[in-house]
Ligand binder design. Structure first.
Ligand code: IMP
Length: 430
């Protein structure tokens, strides 16, 4: 039996969906513990592409239970659309396959309006959020004025909470943000329709997982976004509003840290970032464009072009430490195949200083210049190799160096979007 957390080791979009999908084969339960529909996991099964924002990718496997823990924020409209889309494709026929904890906070229409209008008002100082209402929903959760999934299922409670909250929200929306106020009746009616359809998914995640673990099941915890977007440990304020690091799996589901066996960090063989914020190895040039084109680097949620750059070991080491990574899964290795030579950042230069540790101070980070080591490329197609041993020596050299620089084993190398384009070196569930 093993309980495994998978987290993004960079700024999100590392290819977690694919790795989670592969590991799901070994798990009985797949659990989301933070974030909301700001995430976008693209999965390719056979020739069919499915993009999931909220429901764990395990839903594509029959008989796996998909769990949404208390740490998630849920937009019921988007959730229902996702359920409908999956059912149309023949998945999720049994409602028992999906469970939502009662303490999940709901994304309300005012959260989305506030998110978008605030960004607009911030101009050049904007965060570059996904505009899904994530930040404002977490703000209300922490301020103890959130509406939770269990409240949605009790019409009187929902009505009372909405009546208490909306006047203040409308005041802010109208007077400060200059947007149109919202109607209490319309929100109530809309959300009661969702309530009827979503009632069947209510559950209590913490005792469920406890029992599942006691029954000897393997549990897979599916992180969203990435470690450098963590509310505490990321490049604040250019972060998301949840605990994206591994510890979030415990608070976001209600299980103790000693129940976790392995923590796998997903890292691309290079780096991307969407939204604003510092990115020391960013390539603003033709090389960056080549990486974007070769890697198809456009957001699964918003379609925004992603910023691209060389692999940053300083940032990766930060993720190894904050998550306690026991393994790294290296994705999109095939994207680097066309390059004659590669660069890897092993330290930052800050004025006269050489920094090997990721700075917490954003002003310092913004001034850091990457110190690169140049590595030979392989310029061979590696998309259809059957085993790790078959990889060109330059790829293995790249992997060996990453292990040496981070002190963490590389347990998986992905060489294409399909399931069969995955070279597993060691399995955390074994
Ligand atoms: P929010 O999560 O929508 O509040 O956005 C905050 C920051 O996190 C922005 O820079 C977003 O681009 C980034 N972000 C949020 N979700 C993801 C994701 O799933 N992948 C990559 N970046 C994300």
């Amino acid at each position: 039996m093993a309980n495994v957390i998978v987290v993004g080791a960079q700024w999100g979009d590392e290819g977690k969906g694919k790795v989670v999908d592969i590991y799901t084969e070994y798990a009985q339960d797949v659990v989301r513990f933070q974030g909301g529909n700001n995430a976008g996991h693209t999965l390719v099964v056979g020739d069919q592409k499915t993009v999931l924002h909220l429901i764990p990718s395990g839903v594509l496997h029959e008989g796996k239970r998909c769990i949404i823990g208390n740490g998630v924020v849920l937009d019921p409209k988007v959730f229902l659309e996702e359920i409908d889309g999956l059912q149309r494709k023949g998945f999720l026929k049994d409602p028992a396959q999906l469970m939502v904890d009662g303490a999940v906070n709901l994304i309300m229409p005012y959260h989305k309006i506030i998110d978008i209008a605030r960004e607009r008002k911030s101009g050049a100082k904007k965060i570059g959020t996904t505009g899904r209402g994530i930040g404002p929903t977490y703000e209300d959760k922490v301020a103890r004025r959130g509406i939770r999934f269990a409240d949605l299922l009790k019409p009187e409670t929902f009505k009372r909470k909405l009546a208490e909250l909306l006047p203040e929200k409308n005041f802010y929306i109208e007077q400060y943000l200059g947007e149109k106020p919202l109607s209490e009746e319309e929100i109530f009616e809309e959300y009661m329709v969702y309530a009827e359809r979503l009632r069947c998914y209510l559950g209590r995640v913490s005792p469920y997982l406890d029992q599942s673990m006691k029954a000897g099941h393997n549990i897979l915890f599916e992180g969203a976004q990435g470690s450098l977007l963590d509310i505490d440990h990321g490049t604040y304020p250019y972060v998301t509003s949840s605990s994206t690091i591994a510890a979030g799996a415990c608070t976001g589901t209600g299980i103790g840290p000693h129940r976790i066996d392995e923590v796998i960090g997903i890292s691309k063989a290079y780096v991307t970032r969407v939204g604003e914020g510092p990115f020391p190895t960013e390539l603003d040039d033709e090389m960056g464009e080549r990486l974007r084109t070769a890697g198809g680097e456009f957001g699964a949620t918003t379609g925004r072009p992603r910023r691209t750059g060389w692999l940053d070991i300083v940032a990766l080491r930060e993720a190894v430490r904050t998550n306690g990574l026991t393994g790294i899964a290296l994705t999109k290795m095939d994207v680097l195949s066309e390059f004659e030579s590669l660069k890897v950042c092993t330290a930052y230069r800050y004025g006269e200083q050489l920094l090997e540790e990721f700075p917490q101070d954003l002003d310092v980070l913004q001034e850091c210049k990457p110190v690169y080591e140049e590595i030979a490329g392989w310029q061979k197609d590696i998309c259809s190799l059957g085993s790790y041993a078959d990889l060109p020596v330059q790829v293995k050299d790249y992997v060996d160096k990453i292990e040496a620089w981070t002190g963490c084993p590389v347990v998986l190398v992905s060489v294409g979007p399909r399931r069969d384009q995955t070279l597993i070196r060691s399995n955390p569930f074994a």
